[in-house]
Design a protein around this ligand. Sequence first.
Ligand SMILES: [Zn+2]
Length: 253
Amino acid sequence: MGQLSLFGPNADGPDPKPQSDQAVRLSVLITVKAAPNPSERHGETVCVAGLSTDLERRGWIRLYPINFRELASDDKFRKYDIVTVDAKPARQDQCRESFKPLVGSMVNVRHLDPWKPRSKLLDPWVEESMCRLNRDARADHSAQSLALVRPLRVDGLDIETHPGWTADEQRKIDAYVNQLDLLSSEPRTSLEAPRLRAYYRYHCHEPRCSGHPAGTTRLGVRSLPAAPRPPVGRRTARCRANKVSRRTVRSHS
Ligand SMILES: [Zn+2]
C-alpha cells in the first residue's frame, strides 16, 4: 500500500480547505473527466478530478466548472495528463477537495504513460473500504469526498438507456443556447443527453459489505476505465457539483 510513500497521504489525514480565497497554482494528475452537465450559471460544464502532484498539497482535487466546449476533443488534456492550473477554493461546494479553476490558466505539462509512473503516484491512495468512506460522509459533510477504491470483486456492469434531460436540465440548456455570445458568431447548439449510463456493482473489502449497487450509493463521479467509452459528449460519467458523496471507482482486477 505504500503508506510511507513520499507521494502518499499525510498521517493526519486530508488537508482542510484553504481559508484564503486567493488563487493558488495546482499541479494535478487528471484521472476523471466527467460527462457534461447543464449548468444555469456556467452553461455546459464538466467536472474534472485528479490527484495533486504537489508535495505541499497532497490529495485529491476536484475542478469545477470547466467549460465543456473547450474539452470537446482530447486536444486540451487527456486522462493521465499532468496539468497546472490556477484555482480558488470553491465556496459554494463544501467538499474540501473542490476548487474553481481560473479560465485560461490551465497548462498541459506532460502525459504519464504507461502504468508504472501512474501507479507510483496513485497506489499509495488506494482505499479498501467504500463502506467506511460512506460512513464518514454521512457523519461529516466535510469528510473525504473523492477516493480511489480497490474492489474486492466486481459483480457486474449494468448499462441502461439514459432517460434524457429532466425538464430543469433542458431549461438550463435552452437558456444557454439562447444567450448572446459576444465572442463568437457561431450559433450555439444544444447539448445532447448521453445515450446510455452504466454502473459497476461491486463489493469492497469491508467484511460485512453488502455491495455497492447502482442507485443506492450516490456515486457522483463514475470512472469506467475497463469499459468501451462512448464518444465525448455522450459519456456515462456524471459529476454532480453540489453532492457530498463522490467516489472514483477503479478496478485493479
Ligand atoms: Zn463496501
